[in-house]
Design a protein. Structure first.
Length: 178
């Protein structure tokens, strides 16, 4: 089955919805010079195929949280980074998990409401976990920039179809080769 995001019109529609998921079909249709029904049908097909989800994402940098940290984790023998990532993924405080090469296996970012929650998370999920051999805990001191999941693809703002016509289609983000 062909990738529905490879279609030029679908990519343009997705570009508008990436910029603002609340953009009306009529605004997108007018900007792309197609009918509203075409946009509605294509969005429905993209959603039903699993290629598109329209969700709200809360940016922790804009909310009142008080504790964040990056954790460099080394897996214990017999455990894989995928297993540990799968265990940590459901935890609501875990906002980022990346499998890396180097002195650690996973880099994990956590965002918590307060110091007590942070200590509890470390105690229950990290320090007493049999699947983690070593954890380097780096609490955040000051956040200078955070694009946290709100930005994908290029950061060049000149990539628009025309003034007021929304963003140009972006290539999907792919995993880096190992």
């Amino acid at each position: 089955m062909p990738d529905p995001t490879e279609d030029q019109l679908n990519r343009q529609i997705i570009g508008f919805l990436e910029e603002d998921g609340r953009t009306s079909y009529s605004v997108i249709a007018e900007a792309l010079n197609v009918s509203e029904g075409t946009v509605r049908n294509r969005v429905a097909r993209l959603k039903s195929s699993g290629a598109l989800r329209i969700v709200a994402v809360i940016d922790p940098a804009a909310t009142e949280y008080h504790t964040s940290a990056m954790l460099n984790l080394k897996m214990a023998p017999g455990y894989s980074p995928a297993q540990v990532a799968e265990r940590l993924d459901p935890h609501p405080s875990v906002v980022y998990i990346l499998w890396v090469a180097g002195r650690c296996d996973l880099v994990v970012e956590v965002v918590l409401e307060d110091h007590a929650q942070f200590l509890s998370f470390l105690e229950t999920q990290i320090h007493h976990a049999a699947d983690i051999a070593h954890a380097e805990v780096m609490p955040g001191l000051k956040n200078f920039k955070n694009q946290f999941l709100l930005k994908r693809g290029t950061t060049d703002t000149s990539e628009t179809t025309a003034p007021g016509r929304g963003p140009a289609p972006r290539a999907p983000v792919q995993d880096a080769p190992l």
